[in-house]
Write a protein that binds this ligand. Structure first.
Ligand SMILES: Cc1cc2nc3c(=O)[nH]c(=O)nc-3n(C[C@H](O)[C@H](O)[C@H](O)COP(=O)(O)O)c2cc1C
Length: 168
């Protein structure tokens, strides 16, 4: 599929069918993350695949935004593995995990799956309920599955490029 068409068709899915996601598709989503660029190629992202009833219930304790998805990724980064650039304060682990998440979302779209980036979650509870090691920081949840409904009206609301872009 042509890239811009794929990017335009991706939207935040906020209701999912119960239909499970095939392991083959999960493998492709994880491969999309593996191919993502990262600071110094440190690949600091870390993904927990949530699909057991127990894991999904724990996710529901952390965020109201699972949207009944039968599958979700908890996308984190490893502060011990993230790159550092002395000249700035960029949180490279968060950037690495954001790029991996973006690639997963676009791969999901190509595979006919919906997704929704979720930053509305209780970080402390997430670390606790998923027993995350000290060096692992949660970045987002990503519910995934076959979407039950289409995009919200916000999906098509894009500011004009002139508001974001300057040629110098
Ligand atoms: C960093 C980030 C955090 C987001 N957090 C949430 C969230 O917690 N809950 C939610 O329903 N959507 C969340 N979204 C989805 C945005 O609301 C959505 O991308 C935006 O409204 C544009 O709509 P679209 O994705 O359908 O094009 C988030 C998106 C991003 C990129």
């Amino acid at each position: 599929m042509e890239f811009l068409k794929l990017a335009a068709e991706r939207y935040s899915a906020r209701k999912f069918k119960a239909q499970p996601v095939e392991q083959e598709k999960i493998d492709q989503l994880l491969r999309a993350a593996q191919l993502a660029p990262s600071g110094r190629n440190n690949q600091s992202w870390q993904i927990y695949v949530l699909q057991s009833a127990e894991a999904l219930a724990a996710m529901d304790e952390c965020t109201p935004c699972r949207f009944e998805a039968p599958l979700a990724f908890l996308i984190c980064y490893d502060i011990a593995r993230q790159a550092h650039v002395d000249s700035n304060e960029v949180n490279m682990g968060l950037v690495d995990s954001a790029i991996a998440t973006t690639q997963i979302m676009l791969a999901a779209q190509e595979l006919g799956l919906g997704s929704c980036w979720v930053c509305r979650f209780d970080a402390e509870k997430t670390c606790d309920l998923f027993s995350l090691p000290d060096e692992i920081e949660p970045a987002c949840f990503l519910p995934l599955g076959y979407a039950e409904i289409g995009p919200s009206e916000r999906h098509t609301q894009r500011m004009p490029l002139a508001a974001h872009v300057e040629y110098r």
